[in-house]
Each structure stands twice: as structure tokens, then as C-alpha cells.
Design a protein around this ligand. Structure first.
Ligand code: SAH
Ligand code: SF4
Ligand code: F3S
Length: 454
């Protein structure tokens, strides 16, 4: 009988990608995926350590799983429980102490060893948070064509991992290790396999995706822009996106790619964190607010319809009302189509956690509310501006209601539209007729309407 694995992923796209690859590693062991924890023989929590709340969520989930495991143990089918991802890396054996239900703790660089680790975990509780010298990607089996198809027409493609930037608030350099770029040849093998199975869109991912560098087949040094050019040539690929990028790595070649590559979607997620130069310096971001403005200006000159997105942190240690005002000013001046914003969360082992003048929680909350209101107003304005316009939508799935399909606009907006004659993976022209809180609504452009025909 087939065994079932349930993988729950928290945090960023890197984790979402890793979750799929863990399922791929387990498939040859006879595991099929389920989205129901209650029927799983193996439960994997793929965790995130970026903010305290994210990390604590794992322990409340583990508390629930402990009850479930005990109940099922009575029937002789207790599941094996694995903690993977960044909390695993950061806390290691501490997790075994705090959470008695856990059988195995495995870090983000060791999950290619899952089969062996699971065998070991049958005998004793196991922790593996090594940064092995071998490349885990070399040990990951490729997913089957059917599996790629089932995952959809839009796929993540990891090209870079880890981070050497050491922003003073951030755990990623510690949980994910040093910055490593995957070689071009290996990226292309994976890209072509995905495309042959029907993938139409790549979201190229890395903790600092635009810091990627490598050697091209021509023997020359390739930057990220050159890699995007090559990926745009993969047969079947209609759309390229990338995330997450750092302002310091927005070089001329990447900006030129936005000008030259029709497949590169007009959307840029470029975290700025703060608009105050003083705070940016304390964060070790190594750019100013004006540096950021210039990058945006140049990118908009290259691709006038580009939509911008960003990440913001409020309440970093020492942030004054004036610093916060600088952030609001940058938001007003830039006009973001979407954004993520967070209250600063002190993380163990990071320099900012030790800084004096931590900002009180109520001040952080008030600033976050103000900031989010400004960002939400801009987001709604951006979405409303699409009403009456017609553009291409990549069809990703069936829509919410019968007769509807759903997909994405070039600017990463979810679009629901009336028409069920198109196939998933098609790119169709849709006229936008209205907006909801999180989606646009439309109809196939050019499709005859009953009302018109009458
Ligand atoms: N590599 C990406 C971001 C990775 S983390 C980059 O450099 O932009 C994703 C986002 O989480 C960050 O952009 C930041 O806004 C937020 N974040 C990271 N550490 C945080 C902390 N300690 N408290 C609050 N937000 C944090
Ligand atoms: Fe964290 Fe900064 Fe690296 Fe992004 S660039 S992952 S915020 S240390
Ligand atoms: Fe979280 Fe690790 Fe990603 S800390 S944001 S899952 S790199």
C-alpha cells in the first residue's frame, strides 16, 4: 500500500519550492502527497524563522499534531513528524526538547537525505542541520511529467540560494547559509524539463535572485540579466518573473532585460524596507532612499508599464517619527502596486536585536496601520485603473464559479473571467469589467455576448 505524505509550507517561495522537492525525494520511497494531515503517514512542517510570529506558529501546530499523534498511536498508526526549513536550521535540537511529537529535524540544505534520515528516525529522534559540501540539487530526483502538470502551468525555478548581505534584522544568512548560484547548465535542464511538461511561466527564485552569476555556455561571465535572456528562449515559455531582488544588484543588464524581453513580465518586487537613510544605514542595506528612487526611475524608463512591489519594516530600532515620515514619503512618491509590510521583530543572533532604543510595540502597531492604509490605497487605485482595459491573461485554473476561468494579468493580479472554452495554459485576451478586494473580473475580449447578439 502506498504511504501518504502531507507537507505544510510556511514563509517564502524558496520554502514552497523546497516543499515540492521534498515530495519529489519521497516519491521513489512510495509516498504520495495528500492535503489532509489526518490521513498522512508522514507529516512535514516546512518552517519559517523570519519573524517571531512565524516561528511560534510552528510550535502551536506541533502542539495540535501531538494530540493527533497520541490519538492515532492508540490505533497503531501514529504518523512520523518532521520539522524542516528555517526553524529547523535555527533551533535544531531545541525543537526536540520543546516538541515531544517530533521525530526528525532537517535543515534546508539536507532534505535530499530525507529517505536515509527517516530510516534512522525509526530508531531514534534525529537532527540534521549540516551544510553539506555536496550540492543537494544534484541529489534531488526530477518530478514526473504528470506531477509537474498537476502543479500547474506556472512554476518556481530556484537558481540561487543563501545570502551574504547580512541586513542587521535578518536571519536568512544564518538559516540558509552563504550565497550560492546554481550553474547555467543545471538550471537549463530543469527549465526545459518543466517547459516540456507544459509549464508556461517561470518564477525564477532566490533569496537574492538578482545576485545570481555564473558562466555561460560561451565561457563568458553571465549576470542575472543574461540568464533571463536565455530562459526566455526556452520553447514553450511565455512568461518570466523573478523574486526576490535586492536594490544593490539591479544592474544595467537586468534593467535592459526589462526593456528587451517581452516575456519578462512588467512587475518588479524590489524590497526597500525603509525610506530613511539613517535607518537604511543601520539596517546595513547599503543604499539610500535616493539610490532606490533612481533605480525605479531607470527601470520605469526601460519598461514604462512596470508595476512595483516592495517590503517594508516599521519600528526598526531607533526609528523616529521623522524616519517613518521618510518612508511614507517614498511610498507616496513611488506608488506601489502591491507590498508586504511588517513590524520589526527582533530575531535571536541578529545585530539589530541587540540594539538600544527598541521601538515600543504600540508605536510599531500604529505605524504599521498608517503604512498599510497608504499602501492599500495605492493598490486599490492600481487595480481600479485596469477597468476597461484589455490585456493578456495566463489561464491557470478553473474559476470560482461555473463557467469561469482564473489566471494572472501581466502585473500579477488574479483575474477571474467568464469563459470556459479556454484551456489551462492558454494565454487569452481579457477585458476587465470590475475589481474585487483581491481579484479583477473580466470577460474574453472579442467573444460575442448574448446581449450584443440579441
Ligand atoms: N531577501 C529578501 C527578503 C527576505 S525576507 C530581501 O532582501 O529583500 C522577506 C522580508 O521579511 C524582508 O524583505 C523584510 O521586509 C521582512 N523581514 C525580514 N526580517 C525581519 C524582521 N526581523 N522583522 C520584520 N520583518 C522582517
Ligand atoms: Fe535578509 Fe537582507 Fe539577505 Fe534579504 S538581503 S535575505 S533581508 S539579509
Ligand atoms: Fe522564512 Fe526561511 Fe524563507 S526564514 S522567509 S522560510 S528563507
Amino acid at each position: 500500500m502506498k504511504k501518504k505524505v502531507y507537507v505544510k509550507s510556511y514563509g517564502c517561495q524558496m520554502n514552497a519550492y523546497d516543499a515540492e522537492r521534498m515530495a519529489d525525494v519521497l516519491a521513489p520511497e512510495g509516498f504520495i502527497e495528500t492535503d489532509c494531515a489526518d490521513e498522512a503517514d508522514l507529516i512535514v512542517l516546512n518552517t519559517c524563522h523570519i519573524r517571531e510570529k512565524a516561528a511560534e506558529k510552528v510550535y502551536s501546530e506541533l502542539g495540535r499534531l501531538r494530540v493527533m499523534k497520541d490519538e492515532r498511536a492508540a490505533g497503531g498508526n501514529a504518523p512520523t513528524i518532521v520539522v524542516a526549513g528555517c526553524v529547523a536550521q535555527a533551533e535544531g535540537g531545541e525543537i526536540l526538547r520543546r516538541a515531544p511529537a517530533v521525530d526528525l529535524v532537517v535543515g534546508p540544505q539536507s532534505y535530499h537525505n530525507l529517505p536515509g534520515l527517516l530510516a534512522k528516525a525509526r530508531r531514534e529522534r534525529v537532527v540534521d542541520t549540516e551544510f553539506p559540501v555536496e550540492d543537494k540539487f544534484d541529489h534531488l530526483p526530477a518530478p514526473s511529467r504528470d506531477k509537474i502538470r498537476a502543479r500547474g502551468v506556472s512554476a518556481f525555478l530556484t537558481i540561487q540560494e543563501g545570502c551574504d548581505k547580512f541586513c542587521t534584522f535578518c536571519v536568512v544568512p544564518y538559516t540558509r547559509g552563504a550565497e550560492v548560484s546554481r550553474p547555467v547548465a543545471k538550471i537549463l535542464v530543469e527549465a526545459e524539463r518543466l517547459a516540456q511538461a507544459g509549464v508556461r511561466e517561470f518564477t525564477v527564485i532566490g533569496q537574492n535572485v538578482n545576485a545570481w552569476h555564473g558562466e555561460g555556455p560561451d565561457g563568458r561571465a553571465w549576470s542575472f540579466g543574461a540568464l533571463l535572456r536565455r530562459l526566455a528562449e526556452v520553447p514553450g515559455i511565455a512568461r518570466l518573473r523573478y523574486t526576490t531582488s535586492h536594490p544593490r544588484d539591479m544592474d544595467d543588464e537586468l534593467i535592459a532585460a526589462h526593456r528587451d524581453l517581452p516575456a519578462l513580465m512588467p512587475y518588479l518586487h524590489l524590497p526597500v524596507q525603509s525610506g530613511s537613510d539613517r535607518i537604511l544605514a543601520a539596517m546595513n542595506r547599503r543604499h539610500t532612499g535616493d539610490d532606490y528612487r533612481r533605480i525605479i526611475e531607470r527601470t520605469r524608463a526601460a519598461r514604462p508599464d512596470i508595476a512595483l512591489s516592495s517590503d517594508f519594516i516599521v519600528g526598526f530600532p531607533g526609528e523616529t517619527d521623522a524616519d517613518f515620515e521618510d518612508t511614507l514619503r517614498l511610498i507616496r512618491e513611488t506608488g506601489f502596486a502591491s507590498a508586504f509590510s511588517f513590524k520589526y521583530s527582533p530575531r535571536p543572533g541578529t545585530p539589530a536585536a541587540e540594539m538600544a532604543d527598541q521601538v515600543p510595540e504600540d508605536v510599531k502597531s500604529a505605524r504599521l496601520a498608517t503604512l498599510q492604509e497608504a499602501l492599500e490605497t495605492d493598490r486599490q487605485r492600481f487595480n481600479r485603473a485596469t477597468v476597461g482595459r484589455t490585456f493578456d491573461v495566463l489561464v491557470e485554473r478553473k474559476g470560482r464559479h461555473a463557467g469561469q476561468m482564473a489566471g494572472k494579468s501581466p502585473w500579477l493580479q488574479a483575474v477571474q473571467f467568464d469563459d470556459d472554452t479556454v484551456a489551462i495554459g492558454d494565454i487569452v485576451s481579457v477585458e476587465i469589467t470590475g475589481t474585487g478586494p483581491n481579484s479583477l473580473f473580466g470577460k474574453r475580449a472579442g467573444a460575442a455576448e448574448a446581449a450584443d447578439a440579441a
